[in-house]
Every structure is written in C-alpha cells, then in structure tokens.
Design a protein around this ligand. Structure first.
Ligand code: ZN
Length: 209
C-alpha cells in the first residue's frame, strides 16, 4: 500500500535523480507548456496515461474523471471542470490532437451498466450516478444488444468513448478547430487485464494498436 509518506519518499528519489538529470528541460518547462496532445482519461489508479504512453512532463495535457467522460457543450452556467480544461487546451494551448481513453474493468462504466447507484443521494453515490448519466442513452443500446454481463461491460467501455467524442464535437471551438484542420480526435480503450490498447479506427470499430 502506498501512502502520502511513501509518495514523499518517491519525491526525494525524483529530486535526486530524474529532476537533476533533466534540469535543463525543467527550466524550459518553467517558462510555459506547449503540449500537442490532450488526453481525457479515467481517474482509475491503474490507467495513468503517462505510464501507459511513456510521456514526459510537458508533453500531454491530461484531464481525468470518473469513466473518462466529456459532457456536451452547455452554456447555461455551472461548474464545468472538463469543459474548462477542454476550452483551455483547444483555444489557448492549441493542442492538435485529443485522445479519449477508456479502459477495461471501469467501475464508473460498470455502475452505469448495472444502474447500481441509481437513485443514490449526493455523498452516497449520487454524484457518480448523476455524472455517469452521460452514458444513459448508450447504456440502453448496449444492454439491448449485449446484456449487463462482461460483453455489455466491454461494449459500454467502447461506447462511452464514442459518446465522449460525440460530445466533444458539440463544443463550438472544437467544431471550428476540426473544420480548420487544426484538430484531430482519437478514441482508445486500454485493457488492464492484458495490457492491450485498442484504437477506434473509423468511429466504428476498435482495433489493436
Ligand atoms: Zn474507469
């Protein structure tokens, strides 16, 4: 088990090793960031994008949340963390690619699939239930075709990536970046069990990378 004290030990190793070795790079990064890729991933502790892709500091702009979801564009107010990060990445950083990264054994997707949290109060699962409501429509389609077992779980993990990509395309600044050829959107699912990455090819099928 790792606790904060273990993380501080890790920090000492980092400061004495990697940070020293790449000191020049860190002073460049102190001037600003210019990542070319944004990744929207799940908060799940097993799917850290930097670990999976071997990216270095400054290379990837990351947003993580329950089930790697993007809500649709909504200008009616409210606290929109994902939308804020997306707006910053696309309009200020000018990222050229966005990857929506789903994953196997996703608890958020499982709760959406089984409806296990539906009707819960905030603080008792209600926040998650509300958030994964973004998958409600997809869930209907998936359950009708694949049921609520393992096949349904895998199908909804993939469908969730498609939903988030469709929602990305409801943001006007994403639409114009796509129109101008300045932005490309990708989807993928990382399977924890076998370590395989499957990439969404033509908005239709996921194929091994
Ligand atoms: Zn997850």
């Amino acid at each position: 088990m790792t606790h904060f004290s273990d993380l501080v030990d890790g920090y000492y190793r980092f400061r004495g090793g990697e940070w020293l070795e790449e000191r020049e790079r860190w002073s460049e990064l102190a001037e600003g960031q210019s990542p070319k890729v944004m990744i929207i991933a799940c908060s799940d502790s097993r799917v850290d994008p930097a670990t999976i892709f071997g990216s270095r500091p400054g290379e990837v702009f990351v947003v993580r949340n329950v089930a790697a979801l993007v809500p649709p564009f909504d200008a009616s107010g409210g606290l929109h963390g994902v939308s804020a990060a997306l707006e910053f990445a696309v309009t200020k950083l000018g990222v050229e690619e966005i990857l929506v990264l789903g994953h196997g054994a996703c608890g958020g997707v499982h709760a959406a699939l089984t409806g296990s949290l539906s009707g819960s109060k905030p603080g008792e699962g209600g926040f998650v239930a509300e958030w994964i409501g973004l998958l409600d429509e997809a869930r209907e389609r998936v359950v009708a075709e694949h049921g609520t077992g393992e096949d349904g779980q895998a199908a909804l993990e993939q469908e969730g990536v498609r939903v988030s990509i469709a929602n990305l395309k409801t943001f006007p600044f994403v639409q114009s970046a796509l129109r101008d050829g300045k932005l490309t959107i990708h989807g993928a699912v990382f399977a924890i069990r076998d370590g395989k990455l499957r990439v969404l090819e033509d908005s239709d099928s996921f194929v091994p990378a």
